[in-house]
Design a protein around this ligand. Sequence first.
Ligand code: NAD
Length: 500
Amino acid sequence: MAQTVAVSKIDFDRKWQLWIDGNFRDGSSERELINPADGTVLAKVQEADAKLAEEAIHSARRAFDEGPWTKTSAVDRAKILFKTADLIEERAEQLAEVETLNGGKPIRESVYDMADAAACFRYYAGLATKPQGETVEVPAPSVTSIVREPIGVCGQIIPWNYPLLMAAWKLAPALCAGNTCVLKPSEFTPLTAIMLAEILQEAGLPNGVVNIVPGGGPDVGHVIAESHLVDKLAFTGSVKTGKAVAQAALSNLKKVTLELGGKSPMVVFGDFDIDIAVDYALFAIYCNAGQVCSAGSRMIIEDSVYHEFLHRLCERAKKIKIGPGIDPATEMGPLVNDKQLARVMDYIEIGQREGARLETGGQSLQGKSFGNGYYVSPTVFSETRPDMRIVQEEIFGPVVVLQRFSTEEEALKLANDTTFGLAGAVFTNDITRAHRFIKGLKAGITWINGYHNTYNECPWGGYKQSGWGRELGTYGLENYTEVKQINVNMEPFPIKWFDN
Ligand code: NAD
């Protein structure tokens, strides 16, 4: 589709380079990035190979072992993080436009993500100077304190669905704690991470403390996951890749946190206002075209309102305005790339073969108004069974499956019946039932009568195969620290354990 909306002056023809040891550098190859809204080439990015990834790791290692960073006070680390937040805010408009043109999401969502990324840096800037550690009363004459220290070099690998925000979730807590980092953005959406490198440099981050290496997963990502010079690996992505990087990280038993996929349930009881429930359902599944790890991709609806819910959901899904993310009128943009389009269309076919009923959508949108973009219409499946692949597997697109229940026990059983455990929501006016339900739900992020709200202050992560550990909040910070006990003997005297 021809670009109809003017964007601010962004020079996409500029050099998009690696950032290693404080220098912008060419890579060993170049990748064309495609604008998913129209299939045209948006920019060309320099990519690292294994050798450059090693260089980046050595740079982070030096910055941790020899550089000034580990001697930089918490107050000064906080200043850099506050400045980073300010600069993200100053450049939010440009960053949001780049995010949208590179990844496809509607501009209103990118604007929100930029604000969230700035807030994440600001939250951890504040946390850097807050009290931490403990003292413990142990038998005299010892005095014991427990302190938290940075782990060292953190390898950080992120996906394409929230490029700058995921970079913020990784870098802000790691830097707050005093670590150094090697960040690998997704090969499909590296642009805002490179713009963040410029911001971090301007904010005064010493050379080598953060290194940003665009490149492929199996080469650059694997080198980071496997390296003996990396002390911690923080990964966000699919379960399949999560298992591969966890395996690679065993090389030196580095600390690992994993934020993986989901197949999250949204459960609606018949006592809840059906229009409000449908409103949240649309937000739960079609936000970012369903390419959200915590997407509400299974609607579990009580029998008494099932048909009405289905009808209203389909009617409203059909009216969602689909188009290029950069158009402010767009409510749902394209998928990120042709690979993701093919994957989602495959699942739509699988669902039909499995015997589910395609109620609406299911189309790859082509033709004059969509150019060569990667659009899929909002899709709803009913008449599903729990064992169907479209019910069990993460589709990561604008596809929702409906399930129905008659009792609370049945609803809970359905809700927990996948290998994932990232998020989940329940909608009911019965507050006792709501709490009982959430207590039984095996998920790390839950909502009562709401969906998708996320806070930098609160832990993010999943049960079961949705991951290991938590990001954000004080929990996220703890995952970037080692714990040390310090025992001081206040009255040293000979203990004569060996009497000679
Ligand atoms: P992905 O697993 O394909 O890729 C994620 C990252 O891993 C990319 O940077 C990729 O280059 C890299 N990678 C790929 N193979 C690798 C390997 N062998 N070694 C090291 N690195 C490798 O995931 P994606 O398609 O980019 O993102 C979508 C997935 O991310 C979905 O499953 C989604 O649920 C998940 N996700 C989870 C969260 C969360 O917080 N739980 C947030 C966003 C996305």
